[in-house]
Design a protein around this ligand. Structure first.
Ligand SMILES: [Zn+2]
Ligand SMILES: [Zn+2]
Length: 175
């Protein structure tokens, strides 16, 4: 979704205050793509500051589906995105000042809402996601989700000499 900035940049500098749908529905980042759901509309305000400089503020809430770090089960992670930015419109990069930042979400006189939100979601992306604090993870041998049950894999962390004894016991049981 693009917002036309010409009203803000016109002589009257008419502010924009709109709610628009977020079309972005996945994050294509390493380990992903990660899906986004239950997205609220993006409430966004654009105001003129000076010259070609504008302020862009807004908010959006959504749920990112991210696999648990230990067991890989998908976890619904609510994200509340709030942003307040200063940007320079037009193609005159020379006007970019210290207060403004690189604004790849502005293309000429259009603001790309999805690109802006993509950047903001990335900034708010959680570093670690667990389905629950005491997630037991998965067996490294067979992939069994250890929250759902145990498996019969041998614990390879045991002393290898012990496995000889275990084999003896196994053979004994089979008799
Ligand atoms: Zn887990
Ligand atoms: Zn296993």
């Amino acid at each position: 979704m693009f917002i036309d900035l010409s009203d803000v940049l016109s002589e009257q500098h008419k502010p924009i205050d709109v709610s628009v749908p977020l079309e972005l529905d996945e994050m294509k980042i390493p380990g992903g793509p990660y899906f986004l759901k239950e997205k609220s509309p993006v409430h966004i305000k654009v105001e003129h500051v000076k010259g070609k400089e504008i302020s862009v503020t807004g908010e959006c809430s959504l749920i990112a589906v991210i696999p648990c770090d230990r067991c890989l089960e998908p976890v619904d992670v609510p994200l509340d995105i709030r942003f307040e930015k200063h940007a320079v419109t037009g193609k005159d990069q020379a006007e970019q000042t210290e207060e403004t930042e690189e604004s790849d979400y502005i293309d000429g006189y259009h603001l790309d809402v999805d690109k802006l939100l993509y950047n903001e979601i990335l900034i708010g992306w959680p570093a670690k996601v667990l389905c629950k604090d005491d997630c037991k993870g998965i067996c490294s041998t067979c992939g069994q989700n250890l929250n759902e049950g145990t498996c019969d894999c041998e614990d390879t962390s045991l002393d290898p000499r012990m496995s000889v004894i275990r084999d003896v016991f196994k053979n004994f049981k089979e008799v």
